[in-house]
Write a new protein. Structure first.
Length: 367
């Protein structure tokens, strides 16, 4: 048991070293600032459902973007909202972009909304975000500054969680893991994750993105796109072009979100993504089992020692990564997250593997 645990510890430490080495690879060309207007066509795509509380803040943050080109259209697709989202959005007046709204007719779901939006885009660059996101003023100009080089077909930016309460800080730190994994594998030239709430693509990538919408899952257009793109072209990460969104309100909403994310992993086209996901699950399963086995095995000292050392290593890296992204949390948050992480990973992994359904935007998804 101890040797298995030691092997898991070594592998887990290697994972953190790999991620940290990749995300600290700056000189990051993403810091090239687009400081003047250029003439190019930009379409912004948002699919919304029941976002009456958020849509005006989202549109306002788009309107406040610096150095937007003269030709910008925001294509807003309403996915059968049951609140006043569509009417509230229609009331928004902008001097910097044209707002075009459509509603889904019979079909529902985000992917159908994205297909409809793409049918109205014929050229130029496309920026994707979500209706509950707020963009920093330089997000689009920073992404475009990287994309215009012609070296990349897609550029991703971080999606950070607003965090005031203790619960929100826990989720924000956990979200940081996903963000750093995304950046590390993008820089490794084998993207396995992405977040479609902060993504810009070139015209060359449109067909690849359309293909990613054909996966038989409720969500995952962004992840499938990133993995398919990795087979054809290169993409980049712009670490200082963040959007902000609200974290899940409670534990139930958090579990629903993570089960939805994990559920699509069995259909990943990337072998690297499947291997990495399986490795993370197995390592954390070993740590979780070892703690439960303490009353029944010898070597209790080594189990506690290795688990404690793992927690310290994770805390040290989390501290570095929080600093990199300009996030300030209470120090003990990282310790608590590291202690809970193995059990959370195993729980979500088992739930998604067993085909347990989840709720999303007021709908129940059955698998």
């Amino acid at each position: 048991m101890i040797w298995i645990l030691l092997s898991a510890f070594v592998l887990w430490t290697a994972v953190f070293i790999f991620i940290d080495k990749k995300i600290q690879l700056e000189k990051d060309e993403s810091n090239v600032i687009q400081d003047q207007k250029e003439q190019f066509s930009l379409s912004v795509i948002i699919v919304m459902r029941n976002e009456a509380e958020n849509i005006l803040r989202c549109l306002s943050s788009i309107d406040a973007q610096v150095n937007l080109p003269d030709s910008v259209k925001v294509i807003l697709i309403d996915d059968h909202s049951e609140d006043e989202s569509a009417n509230i959005a229609a009331s928004f007046k902008s001097n910097n972009f044209d707002l075009i709204q459509y509603g889904l007719d019979v079909k529902s779901g985000k992917k159908h909304g994205l297909r409809l939006a793409l049918s109205h885009v014929h050229s130029g660059f496309i920026y994707f975000t979500d209706a509950d996101c707020q963009l920093l003023p330089n997000v689009m100009s920073q992404l475009y500054a990287r994309l215009r080089s012609g070296k990349f077909w897609a550029v991703f930016g971080p999606v950070q969680l607003k965090s005031k309460s203790f619960w929100e800080q826990i989720l924000s730190t956990e979200n940081l893991n996903n963000q750093c994994v995304t950046e590390a594998f993008v820089k490794y030239r084998n993207p396995i994750m992405a977040n479609g709430a902060n993504m810009m693509i070139s015209a060359e990538a449109i067909n690849t993105y359309r293909d990613s919408l054909e996966s038989k899952t409720e969500s995952g257009d962004d992840v499938f796109f990133a993995q398919k793109l990795g087979e054809q072209a290169t993409c980049a990460m712009v670490s200082n072009a963040s959007v902000w969104t609200k974290p899940p309100a409670d534990f139930s909403e958090f579990c629903n979100q993570r089960i939805r994310w994990a559920a699509k992993s069995i259909k990943y086209p990337s072998k690297i993504a499947k291997t990495f996901g399986g490795l993370v699950f197995i390592i954390n399963l070993v740590f979780a089992i070892s703690l439960f086995a303490i009353p029944f095995v010898n070597g209790v000292f080594w189990i506690v020692f290795l688990f404690g050392l793992k927690t310290l290593i994770e805390f040290a890296y989390h501290k570095r990564w929080l600093y990199k992204y300009g996030i300030r949390h209470r120090l003990y948050v990282g310790f608590i997250l590291s202690g809970l992480y193995p059990f959370y990973v195993v729980l979500i992994g088992l739930f998604s593997t067993l085909g347990i359904g989840y709720k999303w935007k007021g709908r129940v998804a059955k698998r």
